[in-house]
Unconditional design. Sequence first.
Length: 92
Amino acid sequence: MILLIRFRFLLGIFLLAILITFFWFWLSKTINQQGQDTQVINKAGQQQMLSQRIALLSYRIDKTVKLMLFTSCNNVRLPSNHILAEKQHNPP
């Protein structure tokens, strides 16, 4: 009887040790996988930030070029319609 109790106790301890070891390896693998996922997510975040910066800079460049073209076109004085009409009615 005591031998049977001792055998069950040792079997329980052995199974518990196996389960703890299994879960430790499984948890270790999961933590390593999460670390790799973190690196991928960080890289994707950096790429997104850089693409947003490129979009902002291209928008600013486009806006600046349009402003420069607009101001250079406004500096050119074109004859107004009433001056053109006078010239047509009064040829030189």
